[in-house]
Design a protein around this ligand. Sequence first.
Ligand code: NAP
Ligand code: MG
Length: 402
Amino acid sequence: MAKIQMKTPLVEMDGDEMTRVLWKMIKEELLSPYIDLKTEYYDLGLEHRNETNDQVTVDSAHATLKYGVAVKCATITPNAARMTEYHLKEMWKSPNATIRAILDGTVFRAPILVKGIVPYVSNWKKPITLARHAYGDVYKNVEIKVPGPGKAELVYTAADGTEIRETIHEFDGPGILQGIHNTEKSIRSFAHACFNYAVDTKQDLWFSTKDTISKKYDHTFKDIFQEIYEQEYKAKFEELGIEYFYTLIDDAVARVIRSEGGFIWACKNYDGDVMSDMVATAYGDLSMMTSVLVSPSGAYEYEAAHGTVQRHYYKYLKGEETSTNSIATIFAWSGALKKRGELDALPELTAFGEKLEQACIKTIEDGKMTKSLALISTCKDPVILDSLGFIRAIRETLDTLL
Ligand code: NAP
Ligand code: MG
């Protein structure tokens, strides 16, 4: 078979530790033999981020805006221990935060379903994709611990000096206070990302807030979504036979549990934080979650939802056997290749991405898997493979599918 040719390069963001090891294996075993891989390579490994004063992260994000599709390996977010371990000049920011700030994106997370790994919610048959707004609310709050009696007010001073003033509470003793905000711009780009993603993946979009209680704050989210839907997406949704549906967050929770999945659930920042952990856990395992950052400008960055699997990496360095699940990282590549194929009108590239995903799923369903998957699988006698052995097993399956 001749290698598949690409037109536009993928932005390749290499990363750290065990996922960096898997990254190389995936390229060597599952990609390079089949594709004449074209990438613009950015080394986001912590050492190189440190050498470049983190400029490489910024450059990789700008390249994503330029080319439209990136694939990212998990990366270390430095903390005090990493400062010493890697002799860092500074405690560099989380690469994901830096990239998100430049792409202004919304993160969509979806589980990879395989037979034998049964969701805890028995009626869930299809994946539920969680779309989390990643700006503002309680994550950018201002808080006061109220020491004693007094009046708390909410004051907004306009550029021309005029004021809007509301009494929050007349305290007759100690208490607590919190100020939160969001911006119309950020809510609008969140809405566009959600509607675009629904169109892209041909799935219904659910959105939920608590607008009955929060009549201005949450209601603004609801109104902006509704306005954008009607003005820009309604016709497209109707054409595709998909639905936009708004409901209260508590009603949404009940409906999600009773549903069979197969839709996108858009949530405000806090709801998304909590609900994405619930949904991921209920589907089985973080190492089976895909994650894609979609910018309102239409750029896509694909990655795994898990981290660099540090504990496995230290075993690997000592020469011990590791059995790390590479599925989510492979799906980051397949997602990026499928998108590149779609944008560049290269159906063979898209088809390859699909085959690669089928090969991953079939390998596990045939009983060949890594240790962590064997622990949660209902498969009778699973064959437990090491990190490279699992990737090679996927390659064997892939060869039978191609
Ligand atoms: P982690 O890398 O997600 O791993 C936590 C544990 O989950 C592992 O020790 C392992 O459990 C299990 N696990 C996760 N992914 C797995 C896989 N693919 N196969 C098998 N087991 C898997 O989280 P962490 O250890 O808290 O973080 C390590 C580093 O990753 C940190 O420096 C953090 O900053 C970074 N991080 C990066 C991202 C990102 O780039 N998107 C996200 C999160 C964390 P067992 O050890 O029990 O086998
Ligand atoms: Mg969380």
